[in-house]
Design a protein around this ligand. Sequence first.
Ligand code: PMP
Length: 430
Amino acid sequence: EMERSNSETIYAEACEHIVGGVNSPSRGYKAVGGGAPTVMERAEGPYFWDVDGNKYIDYLGAYGPIITGHAHPHITAAVTKAAENGLLYGTPTKHEVKFAKMIKEAIPGLDKVRFVNSGTEAVMTTIRVSRAFTGRTKIMKFAGCYHGHSDLVLVAAGSGPATLGTPDSAGVPKTIAEEVITIPFNNPDAFKTAMDKWGDEIACILVEPIVGNFGIVEPQEGFLPLVHELAKEKGALIVYDEVITAFRFHYGSAAELLGLEPDLMALGKIIGGGLPIGAYGGRSEIMDTVAPLGPAYQAGTMAGNPASMLSGIACLEVLQTPGLYAELDRLGAMLEEGILQSAKKHHVPITINRKCGALTVFFTEETIVDYDQAEATDGERFGKFFKLLLKNGVNLAPSKYEAWFITSAHTEKDIQDTLVAVDLAFAELL
Ligand code: PMP
């Protein structure tokens, strides 16, 4: 048995002072059978050390941002320098301009960008801008996709293939949920039906172009082109939420990989190199509706702060290393193959969805293309697997459909060590 008493003590104290003991609900271990979440003390490269001195190979990657590994020296140096020069000015800096130019060069279709502090803010503002630009109020989203915690996107599907939403959180008014149409991903018929019914009233369609929030799920052939085509026909804007996907699979957007161009895009996570950030952007014609040029208001005391800018610039510089994404893909394939072989050996039914260095292990034999399928996978078995891996020194997100993120700090040896842990876990699982 591993020593966890310090994690347990700190978590118990946390529960007295911080609601639920965590600052984001997904960090708790409720979905994996309960217990104190592991309290981490230090992170470097692909590794974590917890407060009891246990070491882990990490695949959480802080839910996505840490693609260069923890405490990358180039990013650490940039952030140190930022701190020495003063953390926050409330004035323009040249770093904002440099970073905006870097992002524009990497991602086609962003004439103008705005930096904010989180993915939530970025998406929330793309909705406001879409509404201001189109003069419409309704929005459409896909079931199971997460777009932050603002009111409009905390809405679940009702019953049936095309529905007006119902609040997914207490405190979200029913009247707001009714502005949101939620349909299943990868379902052309449901999409067409919804567009026939509400297309003319829709300000924007929010899309995770490669889904990250009910596992890694790619769009099926022809699905997103159809979304673009009908949106254009009905005058609805397309917003790509690339908070997870931008700079994840190559040096740029998922939109570019798919050969599609949205009207607006929301960014976050990786582009901050580990510091708080969000960004949104698009064509000038649309972005110019934002204050101070236009009537749509958005502001922020911390927006574009020097530390986040310099950390983001340093992270993108690291990501320009030749061969970096090819190596993420190679290690991803190695991990995928190894997990599949081990599962077969131990007769554990699984399916893996993988794109480059991001993969999801689903406890099912079904092909996963939408949220209902991901939701129906075996959570109890995942919970056991999660705890066995933790005991064997591998840290995942405590969620049955969160991705495993390989970083550029992981080595072949780390993958091999992980596969040994995975094999032990599968052996004990059934
Ligand atoms: N959009 C997507 C696709 C996300 O995955 C997330 C966070 N997981 C968000 C938006 C919200 O980002 P943040 O947590 O930075 O507010």
